[in-house]
Design a protein around this ligand. Structure first.
Ligand SMILES: [Zn+2]
Ligand SMILES: [Zn+2]
Length: 365
């Protein structure tokens, strides 16, 4: 039995004892030490997405391997971060070095994770269901971590940091000296600011509707902070010699902010859609501006990352002190406090909330 945060329907969350699915030969059992509260978890609860219920949330997590199937080569005691987008390695995209577009990863799906006390099968969100004391996942879904990296905080490498840093480095291709706009400062947006800094951007303009995000943005590396407004593109041009930014990263997922990010780019600049938006809005461009501005519009899926390769690269930044995993963690909470964290997220407050499980509780099991 393990305690887990179970969603039984939109807005209905409850900590329950669950029985995890049996360990298969290619699986590992991981005692979770930290699991982040991500905006896509909220989307599973607030009706934006309609996953199958009951569902155990959580896909940004790190922990310790405490049991391994006979076919898995992962040693017991290994510290790991979970990967919710495990590429198959054999489809066209995987064979063409685009594992983030793997055709077996269709996004917001779950897999059977085990049963509730009454015998009902629950879905594990994105195949992980990591808002739980323990998970059983395929060995392919764990990426090893060195023992000296703060384990609970490493959870953020599995979603926000990989996605945000990857958006700046892999999708926007930020170069030293560039000017970068980041619109929307949740966990991914703050990580995009971090990614722009790590890539050597000279000017990083961070934008959010909440003024309270300024301190977090500057800690991540922003040189300028603006509160979002209809006149944003003009303000951005004023900060960039009248040209606009080299790259704009839209981390909200709405037609209005995509259009603002696009307009804030210089001629020949790149606008990257990082936010996951709805399908009932339209973004419009006129033919003359498409020709005249010669901009590139791309999206960033999971930071266009190869998780194993890119997490290893991020760990080098952690080791040399350029990436502080704890910098955007503003709340350390228990499973029962996740609903309150969702409320703060909806109000645009704070950085990342991290559900932490103390070691001693785990070691007794
Ligand atoms: Zn996430
Ligand atoms: Zn594939």
């Amino acid at each position: 039995m393990a305690q887990a945060l179970v969603v039984t329907g939109p807005g209905e969350l409850e900590v329950q004892d669950v029985t995890l699915r049996p360990l298969g030969e290619d699986d590992v059992r991981v005692a979770i030490r930290g699991v982040g509260v991500c905006h896509s978890d909220l989307s599973m609860v607030n009706g934006t997405l309609r996953p199958a219920y009951p569902q155990v949330l959580g896909h940004e997590a790190a922990g310790v391997v405490i049991e391994a199937g006979s076919g898995s080569a992962v040693p017991l005691g290994q510290h790991v971060v979970l990967n919710w987008a495990v590429p198959c390695g054999t489809c066209w995209h995987c064979r063409h070095a685009e594992p983030w577009l793997c055709s077996t990863i269709e996004g917001m799906t779950g897999t059977p994770g085990g049963t509730l006390a009454d015998g009902t099968t629950f879905e594990a969100c994105l195949g992980l269901g990591a808002m739980a004391e323990e998970v059983v996942v395929p060995a392919a879904a764990v990426v090893p971590l060195p023992d000296d990296v703060p384990l609970a905080d490493s959870a953020l490498l599995g979603c926000a940091i990989l996605t945000g840093v990857g958006a700046a480095r892999n999708a926007a291709r930020v170069r030293p000296g560039d000017s970068v706009l980041v619109l929307g400062l949740g966990g991914v947006g703050l990580s995009a600011v971090t990614g722009a800094r790590l890539a050597g951007a000279e000017r990083i303009i961070a934008v959010d509707v909440s003024e309270a995000k300024e301190a977090l943005a500057r800690t991540a590396g922003a040189t300028d902070f603006l509160v979002g407004s209809p006149g944003l593109a003009k303000q951005v041009r004023a900060l960039t010699d009248g040209r606009g930014v080299d790259q704009a990263l839209e981390c909200v997922g709405s037609a209005a902010t995509i259009r603002q990010a696009w307009t804030a780019c210089r001629r020949g600049g790149t606008c990257v859609v990082v936010g996951l938006g709805p399908k009932d809005q339209q973004v419009t461009f006129n033919p003359l501006e498409l020709f005249h501005f010669s901009r590139t519009l791309v999206s960033s899926v999971y930071g266009n990352s190869d998780a194993r390769r890119d997490i290893a690269g991020l760990l080098e930044y952690v080791a040399d002190g350029r990436l502080d995993l704890a910098a955007m963690i503003t709340d350390r909470i228990s499973l029962a406090e996740v609903p309150a964290a969702f409320e703060r997220m909806q109000r645009g407050e704070g950085g990342r909330a991290l559900v932490c499980f103390p070691d001693d509780q785990q070691e007794e099991r």
